[in-house]
Design a protein. Structure first.
Length: 107
């Protein structure tokens, strides 16, 4: 899955076929940097560490607290927007540097 058009992925650990960890691993191996919020009934250190190693951005334990879910979604979307703004700044900086270089003299 390419990052285009998807700003955030909300996954459950327990899903048929592939679990949420496997999906996250596949996304990261495919080059996706899209933030992943993982929902889980297991609130233990091993589960969180496994998720971190697989590229999970945030965890929420069930039962889901809606205000907390919305706050985490907003925070992750804010990070995505900051990343986009940084890319624009970097492109502009690169263009300024390129335009500021004196023309090469041919010898």
């Amino acid at each position: 899955m390419a990052d285009g058009g998807v700003d955030l992925i909300l996954l459950d650990v327990m899903m048929p076929g592939m679990d949420g960890f496997e999906v996250c691993t596949a996304l990261r191996e495919g080059g996706s940097r899209t933030p992943v919020i993982l929902l889980t009934a297991r609130d233990d250190l091993d589960t969180r560490l496994e998720g971190m190693h697989r590229g999970v951005s945030e965890f929420l334990t069930k039962p889901i607290n809606k205000p907390e879910l919305f706050a985490r979604v907003r925070a992750q979307l804010h990070i995505v927007e900051l990343g986009r703004q940084l890319e624009v700044v970097e492109r502009n900086l690169h263009a300024l540097r390129r335009d500021a270089l004196p023309p090469r003299r041919e010898e």
